[in-house]
Design a protein around this ligand. Structure first.
Ligand code: URP
Ligand code: ZN
Ligand code: ZN
Length: 457
C-alpha cells in the first residue's frame, strides 16, 4: 500500500513524501512519484502524514480507592486510536506484598485481548524490600524497562527518600529507568488534614492540599537523588514553571552523562486552576494530582517543551466518568478519584493550542509526541518515526479542519476538560501495524488488535 501525496511530518521537519507499507511494516519513505505503480493507493493530498503517536503515561482501567476504576482498556484505547495515538505505556501496579512479576502478569491479563492499541507497562514499586528489588533484573530482561516510584500519596504508595534511594540504586544497576511522581506526601497529608479539620471539604480546596512548595521540594529532592545514584530519571507530570527551572539546572550540572527527563501532560499545559472555582462546569472533572496550576505555569511549561527542556508531552490519562467523580465529591475532595482524560485529545488539542498558533513547529510537536517517547522509553527503531523498518503505525491528519471538540469513544465522556473547545486539526485515518483502524474519523476495528511491547533501553 502507498500513502501518496501527503506532507510527512517527522521530527526532522515536514516534506512531501510517499509512505510505502508492506504487511505490518513501513518499507520506504520516498520522494513523491518515485514509487512503483500497481499498489493500492491512499490519496493523502492536502493532509499531514504523522507517525502513530505514543503516550508514555496512561492509566487505563486503574482501580483506585473505594473500588472505583478509571475507564477501561477497551474504551480508553478506542479514544487513543481515534485521537491518533497507536501506542500507550500504562502501569502494572502491584497489590500489597504481591511479587512484581505476578503484578505484571495480572495487569497484562486485564489488557491482552481487550486493548485496541499497542501497549507497554511501567512497573510501580511501593515496597523496597530486598525480595522485591531482586525481581527487577529479570523483569528488565523481559522488556519491562521502566519502573515508577511515588513521593506522594502518604500511607498508600509513598516511598521515603531513603526508600527511593534504594529503589533508584536497584533500577540503575538493572540498566532501567525510574519514573517519579514528585510531590511531597507528608506536606500534602498535613495540608489536607488542616483543610478537613476546618471543614473545607469542597473540591475547590483540592489544590490547597497540593501546594506548589510540595512539588518544588520533591522535584529538588529527586533530582539530588538522581545525581547521587546516577539512576536515569523521568519526572512525570511536571506542573510548575519552577519545577522546570530546577530540572534545567540539574541537567546543566549533569551534562551529557546524565539522563534526566521531564514530562508535561496536556492538562498542565493548557488548563489552569481557574477550573476549580466553585460552580465551574469542570471543577470536579479537573481533580488530579498534581492539580491544575495558575495559568502562567502552562506558558512556562510550553516554552520548556518547545525548547526541548521538557522531552515528553503525555497525558496521565486516568479518566473517570463525570457522574462517578461528582457522586464521590459528596464525601469531600479527598474522596474524588484523581485523574483527567486526555489520550484522545492530546494530538488535536496540542495542535490547536500550540502548533496552529505558531508557538510550536510541527517537527517539535512530533518529536515530543512520537519520536522522543519511543527513544526514551525503549521503543527506538520500532515506533515513533516514519522510516523504513518501523511498524506501519501511521496517521492521516487534516491540519485545516475546524470544529468544536466532542469527546471521543463510546462512554460518558462529559467530564472531558476539552468538551466544546473550538479546535483546529482532525485525525482522519489511522493504521496500526499496517491495518486500518480508523477511517474518516470512525473506528473500523472489530477485533482487539493491541500487542504488548517489550521495551529495551
Ligand atoms: O491524578 C492523577 N495523576 N492520577 C493518576 C495517578 C497518578 O498519580 O499518576
Ligand atoms: Zn502520578
Ligand atoms: Zn499517572
Amino acid at each position: 500500500m502507498i500513502i501518496k501525496g501527503g506532507n510527512i511530518i517527522t521530527a526532522d521537519g515536514p516534506r512531501p513524501a510517499d509512505v510505502i507499507i508492506e504487511g505490518s511494516t513501513i518499507t520506504a519513505v520516498s520522494d513523491p512519484d518515485q514509487v512503483p505503480g500497481g499498489e493500492p493507493v491512499v490519496d493523502a493530498t492536502g493532509l499531514w502524514v504523522l507517525p502513530g503517536a505514543i503516550d508514555a503515561h496512561t492509566h487505563f482501567g486503574m482501580p483506585l480507592r473505594s473500588g472505583i476504576s478509571s475507564l477501561g482498556w477497551r474504551e480508553s484505547s478506542e479514544a487513543a486510536l481515534l485521537g491518533g495515538t497507536t501506542t500507550i505505556i500504562d502501569f502494572a501496579n502491584p497489590a500489597a506484598n504481591e511479587p512484581l512479576p505476578e503484578a505484571v502478569t495480572r495487569w497484562r491479563g486485564m489488557a491482552d485481548g481487550v486493548i485496541l492499541c499497542d501497549y507497554g507497562l511501567h512497573v510501580t514499586v511501593t515496597d523496597v524490600a530486598t525480595e522485591r528489588l531482586d525481581e527487577i533484573p529479570a523483569l528488565v530482561e523481559q522488556g519491562l524497562a521502566t519502573f515508577k516510584g511515588f513521593l506522594a500519596y502518604k500511607g498508600r504508595l509513598m516511598l521515603s527518600l531513603v526508600e527511593m534511594k534504594r529503589l533508584m540504586e536497584a533500577v540503575h544497576r538493572a540498566g532501567a529507568m525510574l519514573l517519579v511522581h514528585a510531590e511531597d506526601g507528608e506536606m500534602n497529608a498535613a495540608a489536607e488534614k488542616v483543610l478537613l479539620d476546618t471543614g473545607r471539604t469542597a473540591v475547590s480546596w483540592h489544590p490547597l492540599a497540593h501546594a506548589e512548595e510540595s512539588e518544588e521540594k520533591a522535584v529538588a529532592e529527586i533530582l539530588d537523588l538522581a545525581t547521587t545514584t546516577g539512576c536515569p530519571l523521568t519526572i512525570v507530570h511536571m506542573s510548575l514553571g519552577r519545577s522546570l527551572e530546577l530540572l534545567k539546572k540539574a541537567r546543566k550540572i549533569q551534562g551529557r552523562d546524565g539522563v534526566l527527563v521531564g514530562e508535561v501532560c496536556l492538562h498542565h499545559l493548557f488548563a489552569d486552576s481557574g477550573l476549580y472555582q466553585a460552580g465551574h462546569r469542570a471543577s470536579t472533572a479537573a481533580i488530579c494530582s498534581p492539580p491544575l496550576r495558575a495559568a502562567g505555569n502552562g506558558t512556562d511549561l510550553l516554552a520548556g517543551l518547545v525548547a526541548g527542556d521538557l522531552d515528553l508531552l503525555s497525558t496521565d490519562h486516568c479518566e473517570f466518568s463525570l457522574a462517578v467523580k461528582t457522586a464521590a465529591a459528596g464525601g469531600g475532595f479527598p474522596s474524588v478519584p484523581n485523574g483527567c482524560g486526555g489520550v484522545g485529545e492530546r494530538m488535536v488539542v496540542s495542535h490547536t493550542l500550540a502548533v496552529a498558533t505558531g508557538k510550536m513547529d510541527p517537527a517539535r510537536w512530533i518529536e515530543a509526541c512520537c519520536r522522543r517517547p519511543a527513544e526514551l522509553m525503549g521503543l527506538a527503531g520500532r515506533k515513533g518515526q516514519l522510516a523504513a523498518g518501523f511498524d506501519a503505525d501511521v496517521v492521516l491528519f487534516d491540519p485545516a479542519a475546524s470544529y468544536r471538540w466532542e469527546p471521543l469513544g463510546s462512554s460518558d465522556r462529559a467530564g472531558s476538560l476539552w468538551a466544546g473547545l473550538p479546535v483546529t486539526g482532525r485525525v482522519r485515518d489511522v493504521w496500526l501495524g499496517g491495518r486500518q483502524v480508523v477511517a474518516n474519523g470512525m473506528l473500523t476495528l472489530d477485533q482487539p488488535g493491541g500487542k504488548f511491547l517489550p521495551r529495551r533501553l
